[in-house]
Design a protein around this ligand. Structure first.
Ligand SMILES: Cc1cc2nc3c(=O)[nH]c(=O)nc-3n(C[C@H](O)[C@H](O)[C@H](O)COP(=O)(O)OP(=O)(O)OC[C@H]3O[C@@H](n4cnc5c(N)ncnc54)[C@H](O)[C@@H]3O)c2cc1C
Ligand code: SF4
Length: 455
């Protein structure tokens, strides 16, 4: 069924322009100039601020001496997804946010772009820096092939484990392939990086859903340990009347289409309302505008001071011409003949801060109004995946549905370890990588099989 009205179609090259890299790669001259600005701080606050503790001064120094292979080695040793992290990390609040240049009133060193420059050098030339360790006879399964599982698998393969990844999606990479805004990274960038893990001898079983296709009992028989890197599930529903109308999408579903289909084929309304104000909501509204939606509203029941999105993401959406409706709560989705035609909203006033310091919105009777829209996108967070994890004996879930792990990333069932979004509730790629790597090290010491043969 078509939407009531769709955004006008653009020439194909215009879509490519709209979704072009927001931080284009450096050329050698630009990289050399930027690397030369680094002060190589002894205490490296940038490294401390990086969840994977990449030795930032060391890799930048190697760029300045034109040792790009050595530079990439420093990065990938600490973070096998260094290429995508260089593109997608919220560097403003991580490494670059900690850069001492801020104290001097100068722009921070562009660590993310330099990181990408070094790793692209080895990826472009198919330089293989690491090899699988001598086989130690142990087998590990990873459920999911997102950043957490990829990092866990790479670390284990280098220590001699036979690792198999099972993922229900067609392509590996998790949200790195299917979720992150196309103007930050494309699916093919993520897939190229996955090859670094495959080259270590890791086996990928895509289109394999656990436990539908292989039971937990069978996995437990075939593998010595299992890593859960299943991420989070679909977008939460809002329980609004009219939410089942055609033209109401979950944010993940909409963004996934922008990553897996040619841009001209992605159906988008002429007028779009997105509910929510986190980073995912920003990805939705910017994607809708870049797909030529004429009017895009971001509807949020609190004020802009309370918005959970990073400040620079908000700036991006402002530049894209998104209309922000603060202190506005959706009441119902309106439709005709089963198709979205509008979103009824009510203005809110904010009460005093709650225990978490967030001001509670209260609808103000008599302030109802209707937005005429052709599409409504829910961007209010992802549901945890709980249904099948409950089938694992001993595995406990927190009240918010995330998997309970101890400081060694081990779950209540000793054979199962976990990390990434399914344990942290949804953070960044770099956090998933850090947790996947840490889980691999603890899993290795639990199995005691490593021959300390990293190559
Ligand atoms: C829209 C969006 C934009 C984002 N943008 C950024 C960004 O700009 N920068 C950033 O750093 N982070 C961003 N993130 C967050 C980042 O993508 C995640 O933190 C990261 O991907 C988490 O990795 P993960 O491996 O834990 O989970 P995921 O990447 O979600 O991977 C989980 C994998 O498990 C598979 N799986 C689940 N259940 C099963 C099953 N039963 N059987 C088999 N396979 C299964 C899934 O198919 C999936 O491939 C974004 C997230 C979203 C939703
Ligand atoms: S991985 Fe991310 S946070 Fe860490 S140094 Fe690289 S860009 Fe910065």
């Amino acid at each position: 069924m078509p939407l009531r009205e769709t955004a006008p179609k653009l020439p194909p090259e215009q879509y490519e322009q709209n979704f072009a890299d927001i931080t284009p790669p450096y050329n050698p001259r630009q990289a050399a100039i930027e690397a030369a600005r680094c002060l190589y701080c002894f205490d490296a606050p940038c490294t401390i601020a990086c969840p994977t503790r990449i030795d930032v001064p060391a890799f930048i120094k190697k760029i300045s001496t034109r040792n790009l292979r050595g530079s990439a080695r420093v990065i990938l040793e600490a973070n096998i997804l260094g290429q995508s992290c260089g593109r997608v990390c919220p560097t403003e609040v991580l490494c670059e946010g900690a850069c001492v240049m801020h104290e001097k009133g100068e722009p921070p060193i562009q660590i993310g772009r330099l990181q990408r420059y070094a790793v692209d050098y080895v990826l472009d030339r198919n330089i293989q820096l690491f090899h699988a360790g001598a086989p130690n006879g142990k087998r590990v399964a990873c459920i999911g092939s997102g950043p957490a599982s990829l990092a866990c698998a790479a670390e284990l393969a280098r220590a001699g484990y036979a690792v198999t990844l099972f993922d229900k999606n067609e392509w590996p990479g998790g949200l790195n392939t299917y979720g992150i805004a196309a103007y930050k990274t494309r699916a093919q960038d993520s897939l190229r990086e996955v090859e670094l893990v495959r080259e270590l001898g890791v086996t990928f079983c895509q289109k394999t859903e656990i436990p539908r296709d292989i039971s937990f009992a069978d996995l437990e028989k075939q593998f010595d340990a299992i890593f859960l890197g299943v991420g989070l599930g679909e977008t939460w529903a809002l329980d609004l009347p009219g939410e089942d109308l055609h033209g109401v999408y979950g944010a993940i579903e909409f963004i996934e289409r922008t990553k897996s289909e040619p841009f001209p084929k992605v159906e988008v309304g002429r007028r779009v309302a997105c509910i929510g104000a986190g980073n995912t909501a920003i990805d939705v509204v910017t994607a809708a505008r870049r797909l030529a939606a004429e009017t895009v509203y971001l509807v949020y029941r609190r004020g802009h001071r309370e918005m959970p999105a990073f400040a620079y993401e908000y700036e991006l959406a402002k530049k894209d011409g998104v209309a922000f409706l603060w202190q506005t709560q959706p009441v119902r989705v309106l439709g005709e003949n089963g198709v979205v035609t509008g979103l009824e909203c009510v203005r809110t006033e904010l009460g005093p801060p709650d225990a978490r310091g967030r001001r509670t919105p209260h609808p103000m009777p008599g302030t109802e109004f209707t937005l005429s829209v052709d599409m409504v996108v829910r961007a209010v967070g992802q549901k945890p995946i709980t249904h099948f994890l409950r089938a694992i004996p001993g595995l406990a879930l927190n009240p918010d549905g995330t998997v309970v792990v101890n400081e060694s990333h081990q779950t209540g069932h000793p054979k199962y370890f976990a990390g990434g979004d399914c344990t942290n509730g949804g953070k960044e790629v770099v956090d998933a990588v850090a947790e996947g790597m840490a889980a691999a090290r603890f899993l290795d010491s639990w199995l005691g099989a490593s021959r300390a043969c990293l190559t």
